[in-house]
Design a binder for this molecule. Structure first.
Ligand SMILES: [Fe+2]
Length: 278
């Protein structure tokens, strides 16, 4: 899940997630940032209290809205202080188990040398640290990189932009063994194979800041070591409903005429028709 935006949450969507987690008991919940609207302490604290209340372990990385959004002094002097205080006790550092290695990279910036500070960046240093972290993965563990901003910003996304260093970082991290990239920011559900080596999944928002798609979250399963299943659930009138489900095959040479997806299960696909708001 991603982009909860406490301060303008969709309560019915959160209730649907709570119910899903309680009933389906996932191994883990991953949240890729923008847990608040304006980076206020009350928003961050409420968001983290809600994450802690879920009946599953939670892994969290911050987004661009999780700094003091409209407070220039706070942005410069203590950009991550409130987030770090609020998220105490929640996993925010690299996490290795026999089943998974999750490596978070903070792509959000308190300020940048460009007009739109909302966009993200992955530096060469961050990429090198993440690549080294991936080497600690247990044999057979799923190697996951989580960022707020997608490293492969799709050009049909409802907001235009680019994650600085994203393309370079993506390829470097795939070389280092990353198999799954999870992100948010776009309020747009999406899944795409990168060649046949890795899968990029962007999840939708659980807030009222909708961009032509309902509130959504994505369920990820691993039915076999090289198969990832992504199921997008839309929350409509408080009920979570499957919008699309697909399986993707990783790390195998592409078959003639097949782009790498082994099975396309019923559903309309993960990416909606292009919506250009520019
Ligand atoms: Fe964002």
């Amino acid at each position: 899940m991603t982009d909860l935006h406490f301060g303008c949450v969709d309560d019915a969507a959160l209730k649907a997630v709570e119910r899903y987690v309680r009933e389906r008991k996932p191994d883990l919940v991953i949240c890729t940032g923008d847990i608040s609207k304006d980076g206020l302490a009350v928003e961050l604290n409420d968001a983290c209290a809600w994450l802690r209340s879920l009946e599953a372990p939670v892994m969290l990385t911050p987004g661009n809205h999780d700094v003091p959004y409209f407070e220039m002094w706070g942005r410069l002097a203590f950009p991550w202080k409130r987030f770090e205080a609020a998220s105490k006790g929640i996993h925010t550092e690299a996490w290795h188990t026999p089943q998974w290695s999750i490596v978070p990279v903070n792509t959000a910036r308190a300020w940048q040398f460009r007009l739109n500070w909302a966009q993200g960046e992955i530096s060469r240093g961050q990429t090198a640290i993440a690549a080294a972290e991936l080497q600690k993965a247990a044999p057979g563990a799923l190697r996951i990189v989580i960022t707020h901003h997608p490293l492969d910003w799709p050009n049909d996304a409802p907001i235009k932009g680019i994650t600085r260093g994203g393309a370079r970082g993506l390829l470097r991290l795939i070389d280092a063994g990353a198999e799954l990239f999870l992100s948010g920011h776009l309020h747009f559900a999406y899944a795409r194979l990168i060649e046949t080596k890795a899968l990029s999944i962007i999840s939708g928002t659980l807030s009222k800041r909708l961009r032509h798609e309902p509130c959504a979250f994505t369920v990820i399963r691993r039915p076999a070591p090289h198969i990832i299943e992504a199921e997008v659930l839309h929350v409509v009138q408080g009920v979570a409903q499957t919008a699309a489900k697909r399986q993707f095959l990783l790390n195998t040479p592409p078959q003639p005429g097949a782009p790498g997806a082994v099975t396309a299960l019923p559903g309309n696909g993960l990416a909606p028709a292009s919506v250009d708001l520019s």
